[in-house]
Write a protein that binds this ligand. Sequence first.
Ligand SMILES: *Cc1c(COP(=O)(O)O)cnc(C)c1O
Length: 384
Amino acid sequence: MSEKKLSPASLAAQAMGFVDPTTRAVVPPVHRASTYLRDEDNAYRSGHIYARADNPTFRHAEATLAALEGGAAAMIFSSGMSAATACFLALRPGNHVVAPQVMYWSLRNWLQGFATDWGLKVEFVDGADTAAFAAAIRPGTTKLVWVETPANPLWTVTDIAAVAEATHRAGARLAVDSTVATPVLTRPLSLGADIVMHSATKYLNGHSDLIGGALVTAREDEGWAKLRSVRAQLGTVPGPDDAWLLQRGMRTLFPRVAWASRSAQALAERFAAHRSIAEVLYPGLPGFAGHTTAARQMQGGFGGMLSVRVRGGERAAIATAAAVQLWKRATSLGGVESLIEHRASVEGAGSPCPTDLLRLSVGVEDANDLFDDLDQALRRAHNA
Ligand SMILES: *Cc1c(COP(=O)(O)O)cnc(C)c1O
């Protein structure tokens, strides 16, 4: 190979060009060992001691993800939630954090419950409003600003570069939940974020067959060392088989995300003109509130996630979700199979999600088949 720097798509496809040095296998092995031999002189030169802290199979997925995000290092976790909560557990009681009002509901619940009980001062602001972030960030007291963009389930877009600037002016750190954008469409570290978080359960793995999470850091600093110790102490590591499946899933990340984004854009445009749909929420639509910011910070598409608001309200929305045949009526997102969900039913009381909203995760099926199936479901729901 020449010295030419390979593009992230090529690195992902070949899992960093792995070839096993002893067998010449082009696919990495799964390292299942929980413990590693000490050297004769009492050292641990392999860098491996015990698998609650680290594992060579994790390192493969981590090196790939760090390259895709343009980060200094990455860590994979047992879930997206364990990756996200590690960022807050690395702080101290009394610290102030700022997060968006509309965000992944389970993390919002955790921030309002566990994190608040534990002593964090959590302040929620409008994720689309950079000035609201700037006003909420308190120099010296605010330690972490959390952003999710596009944010579940309304796909609110946050201007990462502008919020990064306000965050750093106050001496705080910015973490971005980039699960929906993926490193294919947005690289938050290049826009000034300090940490990128992913639910690897979603697009990174892409096949709805594991639960995992990840953090990527801009720098291997003291904050990153603290995060490493949180993971090692809590033991929120994936199993080696899941870590292996994740690196396998990431090999097809670029074509999966490109395909899903193309289909989601086409579906958003067609459903925006559908008589049974009141509104389509999708960052790729020029009329969408966050479109201009999204167009600036997302490259190559606007992602595979959109929501539709169904005419006829909650009853019609639930009836539509019940009448699909090709779409799968299930929670989660980012898999090769398309999913549809009445989101308010999942989020429960206190959710900012409208009751007429259906969340769509577009997979890699044929976009015309997806349109036709949802179209027939809308017709059945409205004729019922
Ligand atoms: C799913 C999800 C999470 C949580 O990840 P798990 O892997 O389910 O723990 C966090 N953020 C976003 C945006 C998600 O979609």
